[in-house]
Design a protein around this ligand. Structure first.
Ligand SMILES: [Zn+2]
Length: 342
């Protein structure tokens, strides 16, 4: 494979030909490929990172298109899982690299496998719970990961190298109580901050993958793109001072599923998300047959949706599901138990 397509990146002295060759050998997992994850995926694919694993539990909807650059109107009409839509576009962007799509929930049963054979993990999620889970798995296996979050016009990022930098839990020890921090649900989000935060994550990724750890920013970067402010909080001696349950004491509470909510509200939607606590494989076509007498059923290659009494239940083959039409978690669980099974 020629390196010509990467010539301008090779000319960039900190990367060079050697850096480019390392990128082509690199493997990255992106957890969540909606807003931040899509920008990360596109940038790393164009940069020639050799393998991308894209994991996402959601499907494309029209309201995503304003900020999720991988998706088009057609994807929303087809209700494509985001991981699949992202994979298709990445293949059109750079056919030299490997790209794997996991239209699945990332949870304690599968995360160690998802990160097991990659060099780096990128956070493209929209919730604290999955970030703590990524942190547990990455600290346990000594994998670097790059946290990023964007809400409104504000965002932040931090790079975690287990036992070398503070981990996510060193900085934020407790899961914030629901409703305590602003979400895309309450204050919205604009695309420019998504680009900025994802760009910072991608630059850190390029440094890490080309073996330049000494170049990492080693801080929490905070940006408000509307107010044009930029802050860096140096992490300094936090690692030494921290009494972190995860990286100091090796307690992986999220990975061990001691702290886990199996159902939660979804960012920006009148919907509840339900995941499985064990591995299952649902035969969607035969379930679709069974549900046809119950309500309006739609079956695609990747998911099944059931419309009933004003609710819409969208189910993936790994058993995770999105119940639309309510934010009541108990009600959503009841609907799931009633129609899909416990
Ligand atoms: Zn820690």
């Amino acid at each position: 494979m020629g390196l010509e397509k990467y010539s301008r990146q090779i000319l960039f002295e900190p990367i060079g030909q050697r850096g480019q060759e390392r990128l082509l050998q690199s493997r990255v997992a992106i957890i969540g490929c909606g807003a931040l994850g899509a920008v990360q995926a596109e940038a790393l694919a164009r940069a020639g990172v050799g393998f991308l694993r894209l994991a996402d539990r959601d499907f494309v909807e029209e309201s995503n298109l304003q900020r999720q650059i991988m998706f088009e109107e057609r994807d929303a009409r087809e209700r494509l899982p985001k991981a699949i839509a992202c994979q298709r576009r990445i293949r059109r962007i750079n056919s030299d690299i490997g790209v794997e799509a996991l239209a699945a929930d990332v949870n304690p049963t599968n995360i160690e496998e998802i990160i097991g054979d990659v060099d780096l993990v990128l956070d493209g999620t929209d919730n604290f719970e999955t970030r703590y889970l990524i942190n547990d798995a990455c600290v346990k296996h000594g994998k670097p990961w790059i946290y990023g979050a964007a809400v409104g016009s504000y965002g932040l990022s931090m790079t975690i190298i287990p036992h070398e930098t503070p981990c996510f839990r060193c900085v934020l020890e407790q899961l914030p109580p629901p409703g305590s921090s602003p979400t895309c649900d309450t204050v919205g989000v604009i695309l420019p901050i998504v680009f900025m935060i994802a760009s910072i994550q991608v630059v850190e990724a390029l440094k890490l993958l080309t073996g330049q750890r000494d170049q990492l920013h080693r801080s929490i970067i905070q940006i408000d793109v509307w107010n044009a402010t930029y802050h860096r909080i140096k992490l300094g001696a936090l690692l030494e001072k921290s009494d972190c349950p995860t990286c100091r004491h090796g307690r992986y509470e999220f990975l061990d599923a001691r702290i886990r909510h199996l159902a939660s509200g979804l960012c920006g939607r009148n919907a509840v998300y339900i995941s499985q606590s064990k591995r299952v494989k649902i035969d969607l076509p035969s379930l679709a047959e069974r549900l046809r007498s119950v309500g309006a059923v739609k079956l695609t290659e990747h998911l099944l949706s059931l419309h009933i009494n004003g609710y819409e239940i969208t189910l993936f083959a790994d058993g995770h599901c999105i119940v639309k039409g309510t934010t009541d978690v108990d009600l959503a669980r009841k609907l799931y138990a009633q129609y899909i099974g416990a």
